[in-house]
Design a protein around this ligand. Sequence first.
Ligand code: UTP
Length: 325
Amino acid sequence: MKAIIPVAGVGSRLRPHTFSHPKVLLNVAGKPIIGHIMDKLIAAGIDEAIVIVGYLGDMVEEWLKKHYDIKFTFVNQPERLGLAHAIWMCQPFIEEEDPLLIILGDTIFDVDLQPVIESPVSTLGVREVDDPRRFGVAVTEGGRIRKLVEKPDTPVSNLAIVGLYYLQKAAPLFSAIEHLINHEIKTKGEYQLTDALQLMIEGGEPFSVFPVHGWYDCGKPETLLSTNEILLRKAIPAKPYPGCIINEPVFIADSARIENAIIGPNTTIGEQAVITDAIVRDSIIGTSAKVAHIMINSSIVGNNASISGNPHEINIGDYSEIRVG
Ligand code: UTP
């Protein structure tokens, strides 16, 4: 079974970190976002992935090929014209009768995929949310989706679409996307997957929903940190560091150096990072970053960045250097 993973976006909401790294390679709870997604897909028996790359796509391709031994097809989306357009680019690699599992590259999910890929009809992952105005929602009736509404002003449904889609057959989806592209039907300037799915629903294609209770967004600094916190709850305890206090849960890479420090809770420390005379909590510290003589929390420190002094909340990119007296 093929999974489609669109990761071509620039990740503007996660700048400065995404200036030098594609969003999906940002570390959360000890491995890149896409590593969490791939592990779930492989556990569900997915043996082929079509990855739509664009911005910093070579880095994504290299990382995936190095870490996973399944069949990959990398499809370039030269212009980011929207999710439906991204899926459209995969058409040459998909048979009309193929079932498709589409998963967004910036969402980590915790759901049993087996019943999803065995579903007798196409089905969309949803989660109940308190404030549906920020999401695309599915309006259902008798277990079937009646319509999809993007960011509803009136509360028509609280079932938010989470970015996990199972299509029983590829052909009707591609016809719907073709219609959008031929008629230049865009929403917010982009060819939207939600619009293509809505066309399919209007055309009589049956869709059900399945609940996704574990749905962890990684699209913004604050959601990256909250996802880090949630995923770390399953981390194995760190080894002891003499002269340091480790407040679990944490992930500390084996090659990191920790001296005279208090680490955690909810903290990821990357490979070769050096933390000395510092207190670090609720944070993600990148590969080869240096943190010294400082107390930080709710912070993301990029790879090779260096920080010392005493600010409390920071969000700095790769190779930054900050010295605060
Ligand atoms: P987002 O809307 O979150 O875009 O796309 P983004 O570029 O990743 O992040 P921001 O909004 O600039 O901060 C959701 C998913 O769809 C992919 C993105 O890579 C991301 O995994 N996508 C979106 C594409 O592959 N192509 C597109 O044209 C649009």
